[in-house]
Design a protein around this ligand. Sequence first.
Ligand code: ASP
Length: 584
Amino acid sequence: MYRSHNCGELRAAHINTEVTLAGWVQKSRDKGFIVWVDLRDRYGITQLVFDEERTSKALIEQAQDLGREFVIQVKGTVIERASKNPNMPTGDIELLVSELNILNEAKIPPFTIEDKTDGGEDIRMKYRYLDIRRNPVKNSLIFRHKVTQEVRNYLSNAGFIEVETPYLIKSTPEGARDFVVPSRMNEGQFYALPQSPQTFKQLLMVGGMDKYFQIVKCFRDEDLRADRQPEFTQIDCEMAFIDQEDILNAFEGLTRHLLKEVNGVDVEKFPRMLYDDAMRLYGNDKPDIRFGMEFGELNAVAQHKDFGVFNSAELVVGIAVPGGNSFTRKEIDKLISWVKRPQVGALGMVYARCNDDGSYKSSVDKFYDQEDLAKWAEATNAKPGDLICLLSGDKNKVRTQLSALRMELAEQLGLRKPDEFAPLWVMDFPLLEWDEETERYHAMHHPFTSPKPGQLELLKTDPGAVKANAYDLVLNGNEIGGGSIRIHDKETQSLMFDYLGFTPEEAKAQFGFLMDAFQYGAPPHGGLAFGLDRLVAILGGQETIRDFIAFPKNNSGRDVMIDAPAPIDDAQLTELSLKLNLKS
Ligand code: ASP
């Protein structure tokens, strides 16, 4: 028996018991005749005491040689601490050691294994196994476990069956590049790793599984923006014989369950917002509704004067910053530079101060009088003491820019509180999205998403206006899930492939199996997938997902610990019938 108790377990009630502990040396304090060692394992820290008088000189010498992170086993008696530590769960006691066993020595770790470490991100990733010993990472992984357990409990109780789907498949159309795997046995042929189990879960519905879920790895070869991983985890779900309402209820239920069980938070019925309204009011399809600052559109009250910048704009739109009239001129100038950064891309910002006496002072007083400014305040819902910020330009661009400003200001004003949860459904997304690069329409969600009833015809005349039976679940300004009601008949699916620019041959080659399946009695079905990594991070009150993933990759998609990706040797290439043609 390596241990009778763990390092987080012993309390005053254990005083005078003989116990055996095992763990890592966190730190030691050597007074010459007495040595204290903090012994750590997953469960906590217990203070060990080696005392020349009460035990032996030999033992204390052994203790003096212990280095940080040595793995040891100790036997001893639990005693009451002379000076108790109320900040430690085990702070009432210490272990008077009678026997010390070094199970393994350790090199000096490259960074301190403390909550606040001196190790930078790179070094911590290289020695991730040491990083995992630290509380912030360890607790994040335990937290993730709790969330996944609750997901399994809830869905399983609701009659969902967890089914695994294969990883070696062929292309899935989630809009990213596939990771591919060469097949040795099928020369010149490749598997693709799933961007999601989309087609498989639909086939499971054809197979009669009715309610499916899976906590599953997905792989997308995208350029990695700040907080993305090339492999990530989804809670993937699908249901048959349902309509949109059933899906929204089922997964709202799951989300509410998680908020309750994991965070102890009760949330009312989730608000639902149309995609068009989200774009109009927040400039964003994943609005953070923990705070107001909704957009006001000002064309009617800002384009009637001689101000060319506004008059030539497709949209003049603004927000009221609560209490923003207290910003100094310098602070406002900083905001203006902020929106003009290339990442945001606004040409400038007009502002109006709302004074406490009900008067206004704007940066365009030359053009607009108090009456105009009062209308701006009305349109943006600005109160005395606020600051109105206006941007103008191309509708889509300016909404995105103002959304960025809104989020930045909310961050600065501390309005994005991590312990507040504001979920909502965003619904009725456009079916198609124009892609400037390829000059073609792409499926906004994926090609299996059904258009709203009666809108199929509109595809021919005004494809951009067609709305889909598609919905996203948004939490605190993040998309945490998304899905749709699917097309379930072959004709509509062929039509959709056709509109998306697939030739019948291409559609058959890529998705023939699904179209075939649709001929054998496909039930109406739909589903969604949650991004588990992000969901866990948000529930955990954080915005970055990395600490919630045991072995994450860096921004260039590398695992710096195992040093992957890596070249393979010539023999392996030959075996796979591959030849390299490197660009550099
Ligand atoms: N497969 C979709 C995705 O990964 C989710 C869904 O439509 O169920 O975004």
